[in-house]
Each structure stands twice: as structure tokens, then as C-alpha cells.
Write a protein that binds this ligand. Structure first.
Ligand SMILES: O=P(O)(O)OC[C@H]1O[C@H](OP(=O)(O)OP(=O)(O)O)[C@H](O)[C@@H]1O
Ligand SMILES: Nc1ncnc2[nH]cnc12
Length: 177
């Protein structure tokens, strides 16, 4: 399998190339199981982000990063879910479609979790920002919950996202056409 070699938070990694459609291939960045990259990325991102009270991410691949940023900063984190669980009440929701997702999905926050964002400065984190759709959904969710987006951060900024100046990230990741 072809791959793309890069350094992430000081760690050399080979990202497998993965076809999205006939015109687009991505280098898949899967941080699950990579504790070294997760811990070092959290440390590096914390040096770059502005002040915040609480961390917000989306299920699934953003979760280890949010956990580790929470552990290192001693601030709480909230996970927006992609399905409703029976233990969730007073749900806040928004639509989302990412570069890797075939159909439109939803993000859901339980009312108690939404309350953790209310009136707070929120750091939104994800492993990758590409089209920015997932980030927009998280921002909308944060707003619906009464939070203020203080800063948006990701380990990698893919494609056009690498030119954005409203996000904090560690490395650029190209798209392959
Ligand atoms: O900027 P975008 O185009 O929205 O792409 C970025 C999003 O895509 C990935 O999640 P994915 O939708 O693959 O879901 P997963 O984390 O559940 O695997 C990634 O973790 C980001 O959340
Ligand atoms: N390169 C990538 N790897 C994994 N998930 C992604 N979501 C968007 N771009 C991605």
C-alpha cells in the first residue's frame, strides 16, 4: 500500500493513502492507538492555543486528543456524539458532513454536557480539519449550547484548511488528486 511520510509532533509516521473517489485520495491520519503522537500533539497544541475553560470535540477520532489535552491542562472535555444514546436528555443537535463521510450525519449533545459549555470559553479540537464542515458543526453546537468558541485546534490541517488563519494546527497535510 502506498503511503505518505511525515513528522507529527516530532514523531515520524507513514500515513496510508486511501481513495475517497476517482478524483481524490487522502493520507489517512488515524491517531487511535498512537499514544506517543496523541500525548506529544496535545503538549504542542497547548503551547499554541488561547485561554479556554472547556474542551469540545466530536466522536470519534477527536476523543483521544481531547482527553489528553484535558489531562495536561486540567480542564474538562465534552464529546459531541454521532448518535443518540438512551441516557441522553434535552438534546442539542446539528448536521455535519465531513470529507470522509458518505452521508450527512448529526452531532448530538446531552443537555447536561451542553450546560458545561454555557457561558464558557470553549477550545474546539479535532485530529484533522479538512473541508471544515465538522468544525462548523462543532462551532454551531457550541453556540446553541450558549458557549463562546475561544479557539479551534487540530493536529493536521488538510488541503485548503492549511491556508486558514482562524485555526491552530501543527502540520499541513496535502490532498492527492
Ligand atoms: O473537515 P472535515 O472535512 O469535516 O473532516 C474532518 C473530520 O473528519 C474526520 O472524522 P470522520 O468524519 O472521518 O469521523 P470519525 O472520527 O468518526 O472517523 C476527522 O476526525 C474530523 O472530525
Ligand atoms: N486525512 C484524514 N485522515 C483521517 N480522517 C480524515 N478526515 C479528514 N481528513 C482525514
Amino acid at each position: 500500500m502506498k503511503s505518505y511520510k511525515m513528522t507529527i509532533a516530532g514523531c515520524e509516521r507513514e500515513l496510508p493513502l486511501c481513495k475517497v473517489d476517482d478524483n481524490l485520495t487522502i493520507a489517512a491520519f488515524i491517531m487511535f492507538g498512537d499514544t506517543e503522537v496523541t500525548v506529544k500533539s496535545a503538549t504542542e497544541l497547548l503551547k499554541k492555543v488561547s485561554d479556554f475553560d472547556v474542551i469540545l470535540t466530536a466522536e470519534a477520532k477527536g476523543i483521544p486528543l481531547a482527553y489528553e489535552i484535558s489531562r495536561q491542562s486540567n480542564k474538562p472535555y465534552v464529546v459531541a456524539r454521532k448518535s443518540v444514546k438512551l441516557y441522553m436528555n434535552d438534546i442539542v443537535s446539528v448536521n455535519v458532513k465531513s470529507i470522509t463521510t458518505q452521508k450527512v450525519q448529526k452531532l448530538y449533545l446531552d443537555g447536561a454536557k451542553a450546560n458545561m459549555l454555557k457561558g464558557k470559553n470553549v477550545l474546539i479540537v479535532d485530529d484533522v480539519i479538512s473541508t471544515g464542515e465538522s468544525l462548523e458543526a462543532l462551532k454551531a453546537l457550541c453556540k446553541s449550547a450558549g458557549g463562546h468558541t475561544a479557539c479551534c485546534a487540530s493536529v493536521l490541517a488538510e488541503g485548503d484548511a492549511a491556508e486558514r488563519d482562524d485555526i491552530v494546527f501543527l502540520e499541513k497535510l496535502p490532498l492527492f488528486t
